[in-house]
Design a protein around this ligand. Structure first.
Ligand code: NAD
Length: 472
């Protein structure tokens, strides 16, 4: 029998590779197992990174179109789908190749194959060449991620019905695209295809886009998205999809639907994701899976089986790569004997649409639903010099504040680059900052970061660039 490795990691996405790298850096022997030739997982191969590459192209296209009003005129863009795809694949290749190199430099054993659990301390891996290999371990970290959800009415295999993976492939630019689901993926990829010239229609089951996000933030996005999309149908569901060689017949049901049957060139289904907890052999261990399919874990990300940990999308909401990065550190440091726990005050969220929406901590709607007293400091980007120089005054920065202690409980930003700006909110909340603390921090001028400063000043009734007459 070979010696067990200290740590075997199943799944090499953001959670898995971070765990493997840290374990190796802390001196442990590590085996990392994944189907793909290099680490990266959904995020790098068919999620965050390719979508952000395409969203960058969408931004350039939209700025080139806007430039006319600044006195600069470009010709109509010509889109070479082949080269666009090659560029996006180059980005993915560089990132995943880089991770492969970092894996080798750290002397991590990388097994390309499919793992199943033999017992709580052994995995069997069917390798890419068809042979099998057993790996014994002291600790196992499960990081198998998630996959697109496909409810029965939408679960049709056809090359005109895409999930996020298919849409990110950009095989062609369809003349029309129905996006089912007005969440992260639907709106991000809807933005990409609209910029490429597709007529995009979105149907969202609930009464608003991005359910759960504060309405004043969503409104900023909805206003602009409404000008690039052909239609957005809220409170609407798709009851049937009937694809054929020339398109897809879609049956819609909703209060404001003019035609219950509409035809589209392609359909993108983006109605959520489900965890990949059907790991073969997991039932041979004491680990438990909850009613939503997530593997149950404690604050250290340990499952009910003491030798097994679960992190990332597999271990619960929110299904975001940066949550997985952090959980990976907690699990590995626990294995290394440190006294740590996964207990962030906030996990930021960013929707990379145009404009972006980002938030962290308590939303205003959540506070109201909990019956909590909160006050809001808000700064409209129309009063930001930097936003005006970018011709992007469509934005708002808001602070959700505890009125008694004046602590910042939540931050929400809608506007260009909101995803970069939200990090300040994360630091403020994690450090227990009050609005006055924020006003004491000199923000660089002229930048969009000043909108956070002025939201704090506006909470105190002292914003320089927004005049609020005092009540007599
Ligand atoms: P989502 O949960 O963000 O959105 C799905 C939307 O579909 C919801 O608004 C829901 O109400 C709607 N919906 C559900 N069933 C429907 C139906 N039958 N008809 C019409 N609408 C329906 O899910 P997603 O966009 O698929 O993304 C999945 C997850 O992936 C996200 O929750 C997020 O965790 C992650 N993700 C994150 C990012 C990012 O961080 N920028 C980007 C993409 C995905």
């Amino acid at each position: 029998m070979t010696q067990p490795v200290h740590v075997a990691v199943v799944g090499a996405g953001p959670g898995g590779y971070t765990a493997a790298f840290l374990a190796a850096d802390l001196g442990m022997t590590v085996t990392l197992i994944d189907d793909a030739p290099d680490p990266g997982g959904v995020c790098l191969y068919r999620g965050c990174m390719p979508s952000k590459a395409l969203l960058h192209v969408a931004k350039v296209l939209s700025e080139a179109r806007a430039a006319d009003s600044w006195g600069v005129t470009f010709g109509e863009p010509r889109i070479d789908v082949e080269r666009l795809r090659t560029w996006k694949e180059d980005v993915v290749g560089k990132l995943t190749g880089g991770l492969g190199q970092l894996t080798r430099q750290r002397k991590i054993e990388y097994l390309q194959g499919r793992a199943s659990l033999v017992d709580a301390r052994t995995v069997s891996v069917v390798l890419a060449d068809g042979t099998s290999q057993e790996v014994r371990f002291d600790h196992g970290i499960l990081a198998t991620g998630s996959r697109p959800a496909r409810p029965a009415a939408l679960a049709i295999e056809h090359d005109r019905i895409l999930d996020s993976t298919g849409a990110l492939d950009v095989r062609r630019v369809p003349s029309s695209l129905l996006v089912v689901g007005g969440g992260y993926i639907g709106l991000e990829l809807g933005t990409v295809y609209a910029a490429l010239g597709t007529e995009v229609t979105v149907v969202e089951m609930t009464p608003a886009l991005l359910p759960g996000v504060d309405a004043d933030l969503v409104r900023v996005l909805a206003r602009r998205f409404g000008t690039v999309a052909k239609a957005v149908h809220l409170g609407t569901t798709v009851t049937r999809l009937v694809p054929d060689d020339g398109g897809v017949d879609v049956h819609l049901s909703g209060p404001k639907i003019e035609a219950e049957r509409q035809r589209f060139d392609e359909v993108l289904v983006a109605v959520g994701r489900v965890p990949n907890s059907g790991i073969d052999g997991l039932d041979r261990t004491a680990a438990k899976v909850d009613a939503h399919g997530f593997v149950e874990v404690d604050a250290q990300r340990r499952t009910a089986e003491p030798s097994l940990f679960a992190i990332g999308d597999l271990a619960g909401e929110p299904m975001l790569a940066h949550k997985a990065f952090h959980e990976a550190r907690v699990a590995v440091e626990t294995i290394a004997g440190k006294n740590v726990a996964f207990e962030p005050l906030v996990v930021p969220a960013v929707v990379f649409t145009d404009p972006e929406i980002a938030w962290c901590g308590l939303t205003e709607a959540e506070a109201k639903a909990e019956g909590r007293q909160v006050s809001v400091g808000r700064f409209p980007w129309g009063a930001s010099g930097r936003a005006l120089t970018l011709d992007r005054t469509d934005g708002v920065t808001k602070l959700v504040v505890d009125p008694e202690s004046e602590s910042i409980l939540g931050v929400g930003i809608a506007g260009s680059g909101a995803g970069e700006l939200i990090a300040e909110g994360v630091v403020a909340i994690e450090m227990g900052a009050t609005v006055s603390d924020l006003t004491q921090c000199i923000h660089p001028h002229p930048t969009l970061s000043e909108t956070a400063l002025e939201a704090a000043e506006s909470f105190l009734g002292l914003s320089t660039h927004v005049y609020k007459p005092k009540r007599q």
